[in-house]
Design a protein around this ligand. Sequence first.
Ligand code: PGA
Length: 295
Amino acid sequence: MISNTAARAIAQTSLKASRSFHSSSTSLARKFFVGGNWKCNGSVSQTNELISMLNQSTLTTETEVVVCPSQVYVQGVKDGLRSDVAVGAQDCWVQGNGAFTGETSADMLKDMGVSWVIVGHSERRGKGESDAEVAAKAKYALDKGLSVIACCGEPLEAREAGTTNDFVFPQIKAYADVFTKDDWERVVIAYEPIWAIGTGLTATPEQAQDTHAGIRQYLGQVSGAEVAENTRILYGGSASGKTAPGLSAKPDIDGFLVGGASLKPEFADIVNCQTTDNSLKPVNVGINGFGRIGR
Ligand code: PGA
């Protein structure tokens, strides 16, 4: 009889073997990725609590982890957060600095040492950003040296009408029209069905896998097989500690963009959802007010 750990390790190996554009190699390029989108949440003290929670969490080194606080708190989070968790922003402006009241440029984010930026979240698209504008913003950020979490996703009516791909593929096409092959190395796609965001209604693993596989296939058509094979496609929409293991077992789901659950200790469970015990790194070390560690 094999131990649970050994069984998980075997499952992990076969899972990895089965991942990818239709899944020949798990392409090392597709390291599991979990992003936390804190949205318009927090205060100075809550942000410090989140920093402390993350700094004390046991997180696997097999997952790339990024958190995206409100722009206002980005600097504080960068200063207090463990160095193996990257910091991203939730949006950026489509151009550089100038007379654009209220906007944050990719140039500024880069200057602050931010490494990632989310673009095209449905909560921003809902304010009227077109696919082309979102893609232009992503391209500008890439050109400034940021990495990009490029969102897409369909409303409930499209899901119910069976037209999810008709809705999502043009969003992908707009990105593909402006990204070079090299750009794609610094992009993850986040598929976030709008009906699942913040609703507690997670897509089933089968629904998500179907759409992810479709997106990967389509990416192959518009950007080539290598880009399709290597680009990580995250699922977002009420992802939780409970639903993450089932979703992440699917071959085309390469991680998560997490909203609500990223504000809770269960975020660590999502980061660790498909990992073997021996990759976990406990870090209960506090050396400053926020329990910072300096790895
Ligand atoms: P949710 O948000 O996990 O709260 O549904 C996900 C997102 O909007 O990125």
